[in-house]
Design a protein around this ligand. Structure first.
Ligand code: COA
Length: 343
């Protein structure tokens, strides 16, 4: 006989209908110090002309020694929380996307949690390189759609200056430091994140990587003297793959939403190289006026790039409530992702 006094088992997930998830606030932070192409001319054998014509980058931000990835991530998060009107005790989950965690463990998301005082949140990092922010948005969205959480903070934060080889002109001119953040919530309307497409190709892991510092090559005198704790990149290979992957991901996201590029108000691509962005825009048939770029000011900030760009584009009024925006990213792994949002 069932015990009639015992309450029925409750499945918290079954209580809520599927909910559209929105980005209800964005924020970003970049350090004050500007490193210009002219500054780099004094450090390595390069020129402003070469960097500008090959990458579109004019300057990047560099964090001071005392400032960690978690400091920048926490500041970007505070700005997103302020815009969203969300208090630290309302955050259920913090996801931090980074390839430059403060340390291998604990997770940088836990350090951000402590800095925000968001004591009731769960926190973890994800590693999908420059694609990490959109991977994080998709993960966060899944937690809200399932009814597990109401409020998720997604942060993309990087201190790439800490892993760049400042004697390698082929890479050091391309990267910078900074952070971007977004608060995800359901707003009770159909608008929001309409679709996200993610992909990866581990067979090309060796074209963009930091070889040492993990279990394969732990830090040793040999690994340090061989420069294995620095970012390594086969630029041309990355370039080719980036264009194909981002075009394919963007087209897939549009197709899934039954949209064409003409429906999109603003395209926000990963900010790695203006030539990559221009090639993708041309392949998608997007006029450059629709495409947001800030890489001339910040260089490539990996997981933070598209997060900073989203925040700046939103604050500049590049799109308004109801407008459709397309984000598309690419990074080491290889990884890629795209996302259509109705703002
Ligand atoms: C890195 C990148 C800008 C190089 O541009 P490129 O047109 O492919 O240039 P190359 O690598 O062929 O180099 C051309 C020449 O410039 C030289 N060069 C490389 N870096 C230089 C620099 N900073 N300043 C001056 N000359 C440089 C090279 O040594 C080469 O000289 P060589 O012809 O005498 O051998 C480009 O490949 C790129 O952007 N790749 C993708 C990078 C990226 O997006 N990474 C992150 C993805 S998330």
């Amino acid at each position: 006989m069932p015990n009639s006094t015992k309450p029925a088992v409750r499945n918290p997930r079954s209580k809520r209908p599927t909910r559209a998830v929105h980005i209800v606030g964005t924020g970003s932070y970049v350090p004050d110090r500007v490193l210009t192409n002219a500054d780099l001319e004094k450090m390595v054998d390069t020129t402003d002309e070469w960097i500008t014509t090959r990458s579109g980058i004019k300057e990047r931000r560099i964090a001071p020694d005392y400032m960690c990835t978690s400091d920048m991530g926490a500041e970007a998060a505070r700005r997103a929380m302020e815009q969203a009107g969300v208090r630290e005790d309302e955050i259920d989950l913090i996801i931090c996307a980074t390839i430059t965690p403060d340390m291998p463990f604990p997770a940088t998301a836990c350090l951000i949690q402590q800095k925000l005082g968001a004591k009731k949140s769960a926190a973890f990092d994800i590693e999908a390189a420059c694609s990490g922010f959109l991977y994080g948005v998709e993960i966060g969205q899944q937690f809200i759609t399932s009814g597990t959480y109401d409020t998720v903070l997604v942060v993309g934060a990087e201190k790439l200056s800490a892993i760049v080889d400042w004697t390698d002109r082929q890479t050091c001119v391309l990267f910078g430091d900074g952070a971007g953040a977004a608060i995800l919530r359901s707003r009770g309307e159909d608008h929001g994140i309409l679709t996200t497409c993610m992909g990866a190709d581990g067979s090309q892991a060796d074209i963009l990587l930091m070889p040492a510092g993990g279990a394969k090559y732990p830090a040793s005198k040999e690994s340090v003297s061989a420069g294995m704790h620095h970012l390594k990149m086969a630029g041309k290979e990355v370039f080719k793959n980036a264009i194909i992957a981002m075009q394919t991901a963007a087209e897939e996201a549009l197709r899934k939403c039954n949209l064409t590029i003409a429906d999109i108000k603003c395209v926000i691509p990963h900010q790695a190289n203006s030539r990559i962005i221009e090639a993708i825009a041309e392949r998608l048939g997007a006029p450059m006026e629709k495409v947001y770029m800030n890489l001339h000011r910040y260089g490539n900030v990996s997981a933070a790039s598209v997060a900073i760009a989203l925040d700046e584009a939103a604050r500049e009024g590049r799109f308004h409530h109801g407008d459709l925006i397309l984000l598309v990213v690419f990074g080491s792994g290889l990884t890629w992702a795209s996302c259509v949002i109705q703002w």
